[in-house]
Design a protein around this ligand. Structure first.
Ligand code: SAH
Ligand code: SF4
Ligand code: F3S
Length: 471
């Protein structure tokens, strides 16, 4: 059977990346193979994100680009999936006459069936039905992308927290955890296919398994860490209200667990945290940070902050700046508050103007740049064990490239910092390749990355020496 070509465009968070991998492995048995070419595609799938207005706009403008392709190739099948699809349902079919299928976040399993039906009957389908079952895909696979050292593994879907600004519970449904044996089995298969690092995904991993009476999240981490051949474990996201002492101890007890936690604070003001329905205070957040640093003094801590939430005063914003100064995060993802129709905060009064939101965002970013750079500079001179995962993409190293013959490799430290390095004018004892663990001495710090040289080098013999030897 001649393979048909699938182009998939993934927006949004790691959960969508994982779902797209599942989509690919599900469509393979019905004859589709991933291709990088949009023009040659027989099937286009857009996996969308609805977290902020801008993310949603990106999806819509990508849909817009597809009209011309459909005119050129009427047999082309175009599908909209993910969170915008879940939110908008049939409205997408009404607005974009050339889209054949809208499939929501719970419809992944029915995707092959829908695509077969569309190709046979040329019908248009909207499937945004939600279930309270966990979606298991026993075949999720190793076959998808070989030769990748690091992969995401969703351990739970949905969210029960209902932060007032957030669309996720409305488009992903209630929280459901996968069984540990399914997770372990999947990780085993990934490791067998060459994966060395996994990132466990959930909107709030700390509540893993509680509803279903499965094991706790730290217990799951212990089980995962017993996977032979697995080098590193990461996870995201941890909700501060549920971060337990047991999880703090996991950083001490589990060698494979990376020394990094992403702990979104959202705001430093108790008033705003309350209106966000975050269910913790600034004081409780700082207490958790203390506990983590007591157990693991060098732990990297990153966070998310929203500026301009409805009703955020100058004092509230100042409380956020003060918290950022107090914690000294390793890095920060910062967002301007964006109304989401399904989220209650969209109806809150005291909306903040775009100008004020912009100004606050800039001020916060500038402050954080200082701390990110400070943390990076502190690493200059140290040796870091990194897992090589690809080549350097960033401009940071561009100025250093001049005159160097070496390839710039890239990898991450346990603390999740990007390190670019080159073998420069040296030979290495072992060849560097993707998947190798290499000790790198950090020589330079930039805002987004570090630059270093491997330490397990043997110098290239100089010409002179070679001649002497030959003589
Ligand atoms: N489950 C994670 C967050 C997932 S969404 C958690 O609870 O931390 C990722 C980030 O997007 C959030 O942490 C928040 O900072 C941001 N975000 C979510 N909804 C938003 C909105 N309506 N406007 C602006 N930022 C938002
Ligand atoms: Fe959204 Fe809050 Fe759930 Fe995170 S915990 S996904 S911010 S509702
Ligand atoms: Fe976006 Fe949906 Fe993830 S809204 S952030 S893709 S859960």
């Amino acid at each position: 059977m001649k393979k048909k070509s699938l182009y998939i465009n993934t927006f949004g968070c790691q959960m969508n990346v994982y779902d797209s991998q599942q989509i690919i492995s599900q469509l393979n048995p019905i004859g589709y193979e991933v291709s990088e070419s949009l023009d040659e595609a027989d099937l286009i799938i857009v996996n969308t994100c609805a977290i902020r207005e801008k993310a949603q706009q990106k999806a819509f403008s990508f849909f817009g680009r597809l009209a011309v392709l459909k005119r050129k190739k009427p047999g082309l099948i175009i599908c909209a999936g993910g969170c915008v699809a879940q939110q908008e349902g049939k409205r997408i079919l009404e607005r974009f006459s050339y889209i054949d299928l809208v499939f929501g976040t719970h419809a992944l399993k029915r995707l092959p069936e829908h695509i077969i039906n569309i190709s046979k009957k040329r019908c248009r389908i909207s499937d945004v039905e939600m279930t309270d079952e966990i979606l298991e895909f026993p075949s999720v696979a190793s076959q998808v992308t070989n030769n990748i050292v690091t992969r995401f593994v969703t351990i739970m879907r949905g969210c029960d927290n209902y932060c007032t600004y957030c669309v996720v519970p409305h488009v992903r449904g209630p929280e459901i955890s996968r069984k540990p044996e399914h997770i372990i089995d999947e990780i085993r298969k990934l490791v067998d296919s060459g994966v060395q690092e996994v990132t466990l995904l959930g909107q709030n991993v700390n509540s893993y398994g509680i509803k279903e009476g499965l094991c706790s999240f730290p217990e799951l981490l212990r089980l995962v860490s017993e996977t032979e051949g697995l080098f590193r474990i990461r996870f995201t996201t941890s909700h501060p209200k549920d971060l337990s002492q047991e999880l703090v101890f996991a950083f001490r007890d589990l060698d494979k667990l990376c020394n990094h936690i992403h702990l979104p604070v959202q705001s430093g003001s108790n008033n705003i945290l309350k209106r966000m329905n975050r269910k913790y205070t600034r004081e409780l957040y700082l207490e958790k940070i203390d506990k983590l640093r007591k157990i693991s003094p060098d732990i990297a801590i990153t966070s998310d902050v929203i500026v301009g939430f409805p009703g955020e005063t100058e004092d509230d914003f100042k409380a956020t700046l003060d918290l950022v100064k107090e914690v000294e995060f390793d890095s920060l993802f910062t967002f301007e508050y964006s109304d989401r129709i399904k989220a209650p905060a969209a109806k809150f009064s005291d909306k903040i103007s775009d100008d004020i939101k912009n100004g606050r965002l800039r001020e916060l970013l500038e402050l954080q740049e200082y701390y990110t750079t400070k943390k990076h500079r502190a690493l200059v001179g140290s040796n870091e064990l990194i897992l090589v995962d690809g080549f350097s993409k960033k401009q940071d190293v561009a100025s250093d490239r001049k005159g160097s013959e070496g390839i710039y490799w890239s990898g991450r430290t346990s603390t999740n910092k990007i390190v670019n390095f080159t073998s420069g004018d040296f030979f290495l004892k072992d060849d560097i390749s993707i998947g190798k663990k290499i000790n790198v001495k950090i020589e330079k710090a930039f805002l987004h990355s570090l630059l270093g040289k491997p330490v397990n080098l043997i110098p290239k013999p100089s010409k002179k020496k070679e001649e002497t030897h030959a003589a």
